[in-house]
Unconditional design. Structure first.
Length: 389
Protein backbone atom coordinates (compact mmCIF):
# COMPACT_ATOMS: atom_id res chain seq x y z
CA UNK A 1 0.00 0.00 0.00
CA UNK A 2 1.84 3.11 -1.18
CA UNK A 3 -0.62 5.89 -0.35
CA UNK A 4 -3.21 4.63 2.10
CA UNK A 5 -6.34 6.79 2.18
CA UNK A 6 -7.39 8.89 5.14
CA UNK A 7 -9.72 6.33 6.74
CA UNK A 8 -7.14 3.59 6.37
CA UNK A 9 -4.58 5.79 8.12
CA UNK A 10 -7.10 6.58 10.88
CA UNK A 11 -7.50 2.90 11.58
CA UNK A 12 -4.04 1.45 11.01
CA UNK A 13 -1.33 4.12 11.30
CA UNK A 14 0.86 3.66 14.35
CA UNK A 15 -0.88 0.58 15.77
CA UNK A 16 1.55 -1.32 18.01
CA UNK A 17 2.11 -4.95 17.16
CA UNK A 18 0.87 -7.16 19.99
CA UNK A 19 3.46 -9.93 19.82
CA UNK A 20 2.30 -11.73 22.96
CA UNK A 21 -1.30 -12.43 21.87
CA UNK A 22 -1.67 -11.33 18.25
CA UNK A 23 -4.43 -8.90 19.30
CA UNK A 24 -5.29 -6.34 16.61
CA UNK A 25 -5.24 -3.32 18.95
CA UNK A 26 -2.25 -1.61 20.50
CA UNK A 27 -1.50 -3.11 23.91
CA UNK A 28 -1.41 -0.53 26.73
CA UNK A 29 2.07 -0.34 28.25
CA UNK A 30 1.34 1.09 31.68
CA UNK A 31 4.92 1.02 33.02
CA UNK A 32 6.57 4.19 34.18
CA UNK A 33 9.85 2.29 34.64
CA UNK A 34 11.55 0.55 31.70
CA UNK A 35 14.62 -1.69 31.80
CA UNK A 36 17.92 0.15 31.65
CA UNK A 37 20.54 -0.50 30.44
CA UNK A 38 18.80 -1.95 27.40
CA UNK A 39 19.74 -2.90 23.85
CA UNK A 40 18.77 0.52 22.42
CA UNK A 41 20.90 2.46 24.87
CA UNK A 42 17.96 4.90 25.22
CA UNK A 43 16.17 5.57 28.46
CA UNK A 44 12.45 5.03 27.91
CA UNK A 45 10.36 7.16 30.28
CA UNK A 46 6.88 8.65 29.58
CA UNK A 47 7.96 12.19 30.52
CA UNK A 48 10.65 11.95 27.85
CA UNK A 49 7.78 11.65 25.36
CA UNK A 50 9.14 8.31 24.11
CA UNK A 51 6.90 5.60 25.58
CA UNK A 52 5.32 2.94 23.31
CA UNK A 53 1.74 4.25 23.54
CA UNK A 54 2.89 7.83 22.94
CA UNK A 55 4.71 6.59 19.82
CA UNK A 56 1.56 4.85 18.62
CA UNK A 57 -0.81 7.81 18.97
CA UNK A 58 1.81 10.26 17.64
CA UNK A 59 2.41 8.10 14.58
CA UNK A 60 -1.33 8.17 13.90
CA UNK A 61 -1.78 11.96 14.16
CA UNK A 62 1.44 12.50 12.16
CA UNK A 63 0.08 10.24 9.41
CA UNK A 64 -3.25 12.12 9.38
CA UNK A 65 -1.69 15.61 9.32
CA UNK A 66 1.01 14.40 6.91
CA UNK A 67 3.76 15.54 9.26
CA UNK A 68 6.91 13.61 10.11
CA UNK A 69 6.57 13.47 13.88
CA UNK A 70 4.44 14.60 16.83
CA UNK A 71 4.37 14.96 20.60
CA UNK A 72 1.39 13.96 22.76
CA UNK A 73 0.42 16.16 25.70
CA UNK A 74 -2.03 15.96 28.59
CA UNK A 75 -4.16 18.79 27.13
CA UNK A 76 -4.40 21.10 24.16
CA UNK A 77 -3.09 23.97 26.29
CA UNK A 78 -0.05 21.88 27.33
CA UNK A 79 0.72 21.39 23.62
CA UNK A 80 0.21 25.09 22.80
CA UNK A 81 2.07 26.53 25.80
CA UNK A 82 5.01 24.12 25.52
CA UNK A 83 5.36 24.78 21.80
CA UNK A 84 5.26 28.57 22.14
CA UNK A 85 7.66 28.60 25.08
CA UNK A 86 10.04 26.28 23.23
CA UNK A 87 10.16 28.53 20.17
CA UNK A 88 10.07 32.03 21.69
CA UNK A 89 12.78 33.81 23.69
CA UNK A 90 12.58 37.04 25.69
CA UNK A 91 12.76 39.95 23.24
CA UNK A 92 11.10 37.97 20.47
CA UNK A 93 7.91 39.18 18.86
CA UNK A 94 5.05 36.92 17.76
CA UNK A 95 2.07 37.63 15.51
CA UNK A 96 -1.26 36.16 16.55
CA UNK A 97 -4.62 36.08 14.85
CA UNK A 98 -6.95 38.24 16.96
CA UNK A 99 -9.84 35.80 17.42
CA UNK A 100 -8.12 32.86 19.09
CA UNK A 101 -9.36 30.28 21.57
CA UNK A 102 -9.84 32.03 24.95
CA UNK A 103 -7.28 29.86 26.76
CA UNK A 104 -4.64 30.73 24.18
CA UNK A 105 -5.43 34.45 24.52
CA UNK A 106 -4.98 34.17 28.29
CA UNK A 107 -1.70 32.28 27.86
CA UNK A 108 -0.44 35.12 25.67
CA UNK A 109 -1.53 37.98 27.93
CA UNK A 110 -0.77 36.38 31.29
CA UNK A 111 2.33 34.28 30.56
CA UNK A 112 4.14 35.20 27.34
CA UNK A 113 4.12 38.96 27.85
CA UNK A 114 5.36 38.46 31.46
CA UNK A 115 8.44 36.71 30.03
CA UNK A 116 9.34 39.66 27.80
CA UNK A 117 7.88 38.25 24.61
CA UNK A 118 6.03 40.95 22.67
CA UNK A 119 2.96 40.19 20.63
CA UNK A 120 0.69 41.79 18.03
CA UNK A 121 -2.78 40.74 17.06
CA UNK A 122 -4.02 40.79 13.48
CA UNK A 123 -7.57 40.12 12.29
CA UNK A 124 -7.79 36.82 10.43
CA UNK A 125 -8.53 38.62 7.18
CA UNK A 126 -6.06 41.37 8.07
CA UNK A 127 -2.56 42.26 6.96
CA UNK A 128 0.01 40.04 8.65
CA UNK A 129 2.75 41.37 6.37
CA UNK A 130 2.88 44.94 7.69
CA UNK A 131 2.77 43.70 11.31
CA UNK A 132 6.07 41.80 10.89
CA UNK A 133 9.02 43.36 12.75
CA UNK A 134 12.74 42.54 12.63
CA UNK A 135 12.36 40.54 15.88
CA UNK A 136 9.24 38.63 14.77
CA UNK A 137 9.71 34.86 15.11
CA UNK A 138 6.37 33.31 14.25
CA UNK A 139 2.81 33.68 13.00
CA UNK A 140 0.04 31.81 14.81
CA UNK A 141 -3.50 31.34 13.48
CA UNK A 142 -6.66 29.35 14.13
CA UNK A 143 -9.07 28.52 11.31
CA UNK A 144 -12.02 28.23 11.46
CA UNK A 145 -12.09 30.42 14.56
CA UNK A 146 -14.30 30.45 17.63
CA UNK A 147 -17.19 31.36 17.74
CA UNK A 148 -17.80 33.10 14.38
CA UNK A 149 -16.03 30.47 12.23
CA UNK A 150 -13.89 33.01 10.39
CA UNK A 151 -11.33 31.37 8.09
CA UNK A 152 -7.79 32.54 7.37
CA UNK A 153 -6.26 32.07 3.93
CA UNK A 154 -3.78 29.36 4.93
CA UNK A 155 -1.67 29.28 1.78
CA UNK A 156 -1.03 33.00 1.88
CA UNK A 157 -0.14 33.03 5.61
CA UNK A 158 2.20 30.03 5.18
CA UNK A 159 3.95 31.48 2.15
CA UNK A 160 4.31 34.90 3.78
CA UNK A 161 5.92 33.23 6.82
CA UNK A 162 8.24 31.19 4.62
CA UNK A 163 9.25 34.23 2.55
CA UNK A 164 10.03 36.24 5.67
CA UNK A 165 11.85 33.43 7.48
CA UNK A 166 9.19 33.02 10.18
CA UNK A 167 7.64 29.89 11.62
CA UNK A 168 3.95 29.37 10.92
CA UNK A 169 1.71 27.63 13.45
CA UNK A 170 -1.96 26.74 13.31
CA UNK A 171 -4.42 25.44 15.86
CA UNK A 172 -6.23 22.88 13.70
CA UNK A 173 -8.65 21.72 16.43
CA UNK A 174 -11.89 22.90 14.77
CA UNK A 175 -11.18 21.62 11.25
CA UNK A 176 -9.29 18.38 12.07
CA UNK A 177 -7.03 16.83 9.42
CA UNK A 178 -10.12 15.25 7.85
CA UNK A 179 -11.21 18.68 6.63
CA UNK A 180 -7.92 20.54 6.35
CA UNK A 181 -4.21 19.63 6.33
CA UNK A 182 -2.29 22.86 6.93
CA UNK A 183 1.16 21.21 6.82
CA UNK A 184 0.46 20.29 3.20
CA UNK A 185 -0.42 23.95 2.60
CA UNK A 186 2.96 25.01 3.95
CA UNK A 187 2.46 25.44 7.70
CA UNK A 188 5.35 24.37 9.91
CA UNK A 189 3.37 23.12 12.90
CA UNK A 190 -0.20 22.01 13.54
CA UNK A 191 -1.53 22.06 17.10
CA UNK A 192 -4.51 20.20 18.49
CA UNK A 193 -6.75 19.97 21.45
CA UNK A 194 -7.32 16.22 21.01
CA UNK A 195 -9.89 16.63 23.78
CA UNK A 196 -12.24 17.69 20.99
CA UNK A 197 -12.75 15.93 17.61
CA UNK A 198 -9.66 13.70 17.61
CA UNK A 199 -10.81 11.77 20.67
CA UNK A 200 -14.37 12.70 19.81
CA UNK A 201 -16.29 11.29 22.75
CA UNK A 202 -15.94 14.02 25.42
CA UNK A 203 -14.16 11.58 27.73
CA UNK A 204 -10.44 12.40 27.55
CA UNK A 205 -8.08 15.37 27.65
CA UNK A 206 -5.10 15.46 25.31
CA UNK A 207 -3.14 17.66 22.91
CA UNK A 208 -0.67 17.33 20.03
CA UNK A 209 1.92 19.27 18.14
CA UNK A 210 2.74 17.86 14.68
CA UNK A 211 5.44 18.89 12.21
CA UNK A 212 8.84 18.05 10.76
CA UNK A 213 11.23 15.85 12.73
CA UNK A 214 13.61 18.79 13.10
CA UNK A 215 10.99 21.10 14.62
CA UNK A 216 9.61 18.40 16.92
CA UNK A 217 13.17 17.78 18.16
CA UNK A 218 13.41 21.52 18.88
CA UNK A 219 10.28 21.34 21.04
CA UNK A 220 11.07 18.03 22.77
CA UNK A 221 13.49 19.44 25.43
CA UNK A 222 10.90 21.99 26.63
CA UNK A 223 8.24 19.27 26.58
CA UNK A 224 10.44 17.11 28.80
CA UNK A 225 11.20 20.00 31.16
CA UNK A 226 7.62 21.23 31.50
CA UNK A 227 6.42 17.63 31.79
CA UNK A 228 2.94 17.90 30.28
CA UNK A 229 3.00 14.36 28.82
CA UNK A 230 0.08 12.08 28.02
CA UNK A 231 -0.18 8.86 30.04
CA UNK A 232 -0.44 5.44 28.37
CA UNK A 233 -4.11 4.81 29.17
CA UNK A 234 -5.20 8.13 27.67
CA UNK A 235 -2.92 7.59 24.66
CA UNK A 236 -4.81 4.38 23.98
CA UNK A 237 -8.17 6.08 24.46
CA UNK A 238 -7.29 8.85 21.98
CA UNK A 239 -5.81 6.30 19.54
CA UNK A 240 -9.13 4.42 19.69
CA UNK A 241 -11.13 7.62 19.20
CA UNK A 242 -9.09 8.63 16.17
CA UNK A 243 -9.84 5.33 14.41
CA UNK A 244 -13.36 6.63 13.68
CA UNK A 245 -12.35 10.24 12.92
CA UNK A 246 -13.25 10.02 9.22
CA UNK A 247 -16.66 8.48 9.90
CA UNK A 248 -17.50 10.99 12.59
CA UNK A 249 -16.28 14.04 10.66
CA UNK A 250 -18.26 13.06 7.59
CA UNK A 251 -21.41 13.10 9.75
CA UNK A 252 -20.38 16.23 11.70
CA UNK A 253 -19.89 18.02 8.36
CA UNK A 254 -23.22 16.97 6.85
CA UNK A 255 -25.20 17.52 10.06
CA UNK A 256 -23.74 20.99 10.61
CA UNK A 257 -24.43 22.05 7.03
CA UNK A 258 -28.02 20.79 7.19
CA UNK A 259 -28.64 22.40 10.59
CA UNK A 260 -27.07 25.68 9.40
CA UNK A 261 -29.41 25.74 6.38
CA UNK A 262 -32.43 24.91 8.50
CA UNK A 263 -31.60 27.61 11.08
CA UNK A 264 -31.12 30.19 8.29
CA UNK A 265 -34.78 29.75 7.37
CA UNK A 266 -36.23 30.23 10.86
CA UNK A 267 -37.81 33.65 11.54
CA UNK A 268 -36.25 33.81 15.04
CA UNK A 269 -32.76 33.61 13.57
CA UNK A 270 -30.99 36.81 12.56
CA UNK A 271 -27.81 35.23 11.17
CA UNK A 272 -26.02 31.89 10.93
CA UNK A 273 -22.24 31.63 10.96
CA UNK A 274 -21.06 28.54 9.10
CA UNK A 275 -18.29 28.57 6.47
CA UNK A 276 -20.27 26.13 4.31
CA UNK A 277 -23.02 28.71 3.73
CA UNK A 278 -22.68 30.88 0.63
CA UNK A 279 -23.40 33.97 2.69
CA UNK A 280 -20.50 33.42 5.10
CA UNK A 281 -17.79 36.08 4.55
CA UNK A 282 -15.08 33.40 4.23
CA UNK A 283 -17.03 30.86 2.17
CA UNK A 284 -14.69 31.23 -0.83
CA UNK A 285 -11.52 30.80 1.23
CA UNK A 286 -13.03 27.87 3.12
CA UNK A 287 -14.11 26.18 -0.11
CA UNK A 288 -10.56 26.44 -1.46
CA UNK A 289 -8.78 25.02 1.56
CA UNK A 290 -11.26 22.73 3.33
CA UNK A 291 -12.65 19.36 2.23
CA UNK A 292 -15.65 19.85 4.50
CA UNK A 293 -16.73 22.77 6.68
CA UNK A 294 -16.66 21.07 10.07
CA UNK A 295 -19.13 20.50 12.87
CA UNK A 296 -19.09 23.93 14.53
CA UNK A 297 -21.59 26.70 13.82
CA UNK A 298 -23.04 29.67 15.63
CA UNK A 299 -26.22 31.64 15.12
CA UNK A 300 -27.76 34.83 16.43
CA UNK A 301 -31.38 35.14 17.50
CA UNK A 302 -33.34 38.37 17.15
CA UNK A 303 -33.47 40.61 20.21
CA UNK A 304 -36.87 39.46 21.42
CA UNK A 305 -35.70 35.85 21.76
CA UNK A 306 -33.82 35.01 24.93
CA UNK A 307 -31.04 32.49 24.24
CA UNK A 308 -31.11 31.30 27.86
CA UNK A 309 -34.69 30.12 27.49
CA UNK A 310 -33.92 28.64 24.10
CA UNK A 311 -31.21 26.50 25.68
CA UNK A 312 -33.70 25.31 28.29
CA UNK A 313 -36.11 24.19 25.58
CA UNK A 314 -33.64 21.96 23.76
CA UNK A 315 -34.12 18.25 24.45
CA UNK A 316 -31.47 16.57 22.27
CA UNK A 317 -28.80 19.27 22.32
CA UNK A 318 -27.34 19.92 25.77
CA UNK A 319 -26.02 23.19 27.19
CA UNK A 320 -22.39 22.38 28.01
CA UNK A 321 -18.92 23.74 27.42
CA UNK A 322 -16.35 22.04 25.23
CA UNK A 323 -17.01 20.69 21.74
CA UNK A 324 -16.13 18.06 19.18
CA UNK A 325 -17.87 15.08 20.75
CA UNK A 326 -20.54 12.82 19.29
CA UNK A 327 -23.25 14.68 21.23
CA UNK A 328 -24.62 18.09 20.22
CA UNK A 329 -23.62 20.80 22.71
CA UNK A 330 -24.68 24.44 22.86
CA UNK A 331 -23.34 27.46 24.72
CA UNK A 332 -23.72 31.24 24.79
CA UNK A 333 -20.24 32.70 24.16
CA UNK A 334 -21.14 36.07 25.74
CA UNK A 335 -21.90 34.14 28.95
CA UNK A 336 -19.07 31.61 28.76
CA UNK A 337 -15.87 31.84 26.70
CA UNK A 338 -16.09 35.61 26.16
CA UNK A 339 -17.67 36.54 29.52
CA UNK A 340 -14.54 38.40 30.64
CA UNK A 341 -14.67 40.89 27.77
CA UNK A 342 -16.55 44.17 28.23
CA UNK A 343 -19.91 44.14 26.41
CA UNK A 344 -18.77 46.89 24.01
CA UNK A 345 -15.71 44.84 22.97
CA UNK A 346 -17.88 41.76 22.48
CA UNK A 347 -20.33 43.67 20.30
CA UNK A 348 -17.41 45.03 18.24
CA UNK A 349 -16.20 41.46 17.68
CA UNK A 350 -19.70 40.38 16.65
CA UNK A 351 -20.16 38.24 19.76
CA UNK A 352 -23.57 39.54 20.73
CA UNK A 353 -25.68 38.46 23.71
CA UNK A 354 -27.96 36.59 21.31
CA UNK A 355 -25.18 34.49 19.79
CA UNK A 356 -25.42 30.73 20.36
CA UNK A 357 -22.56 28.36 19.51
CA UNK A 358 -23.39 24.81 18.51
CA UNK A 359 -21.04 21.84 18.41
CA UNK A 360 -23.17 19.76 16.07
CA UNK A 361 -22.97 16.09 17.02
CA UNK A 362 -23.54 12.95 14.99
CA UNK A 363 -27.17 12.27 16.02
CA UNK A 364 -29.85 11.81 13.35
CA UNK A 365 -30.14 15.16 11.58
CA UNK A 366 -33.96 15.08 11.61
CA UNK A 367 -33.90 14.94 15.41
CA UNK A 368 -31.48 17.88 15.60
CA UNK A 369 -33.45 20.03 13.17
CA UNK A 370 -36.70 19.23 15.01
CA UNK A 371 -35.10 19.98 18.38
CA UNK A 372 -33.88 23.44 17.35
CA UNK A 373 -37.07 24.34 15.44
CA UNK A 374 -39.28 23.36 18.36
CA UNK A 375 -37.11 25.25 20.84
CA UNK A 376 -37.09 28.35 18.60
CA UNK A 377 -40.86 28.14 18.10
CA UNK A 378 -41.43 28.20 21.85
CA UNK A 379 -43.66 31.24 22.39
CA UNK A 380 -42.23 31.78 25.87
CA UNK A 381 -39.12 33.15 24.21
CA UNK A 382 -40.86 36.05 22.64
CA UNK A 383 -41.57 38.08 25.73
CA UNK A 384 -38.44 37.51 27.72
CA UNK A 385 -36.15 40.43 28.09
CA UNK A 386 -34.64 39.47 31.43
CA UNK A 387 -31.15 38.41 30.40
CA UNK A 388 -30.37 37.21 33.91
CA UNK A 389 -32.92 34.38 33.70
C1 LIG B 1 -10.34 23.37 23.64
C2 LIG B 1 -9.41 24.08 22.76
C3 LIG B 1 -8.07 24.31 23.15
C4 LIG B 1 -7.53 23.88 24.48
O1 LIG B 1 -7.53 22.50 24.64
P1 LIG B 1 -7.61 21.76 26.07
O2 LIG B 1 -7.54 20.32 25.69
O3 LIG B 1 -8.86 22.18 26.74
O4 LIG B 1 -6.41 22.21 26.84
C5 LIG B 1 -7.25 24.95 22.24
N1 LIG B 1 -7.70 25.38 21.05
C6 LIG B 1 -8.98 25.20 20.65
C7 LIG B 1 -9.41 25.71 19.33
C8 LIG B 1 -9.87 24.54 21.49
O5 LIG B 1 -11.13 24.39 21.10
Amino acid sequence: MTHPGFSTRCIHAGTLHDASSGGVCSPIHVSSAFAFPNATGRNIYPRYFNSPNQHAVCAKIAALEQGEDALAFGSGMAAISTTLLALLDPGDHALFQADLYGGTLQLISQQLERLGITVSFVAGSGDFDTAIRPETKLIYVESPSNPLLRCVDLTSVASLARARGLLSLIDNTFATPYNQTPLVQGFDLALHSATKYLNGHSDANAGFVVGSEALIERIRPAATHFGGMLDARTCERVERGMKTLALRMERHNSNALALAMSLSCHPAVKSVHYPGLHGHPDHAVASRQMRGFGGMLSFEVHAKWNPRILLDQLRVAAPALSLGGVETLVCIPARTSHRELPASRREALGITDGLIRVSVGVEDIDDLIADFSRALDGSTLRVADDWSV
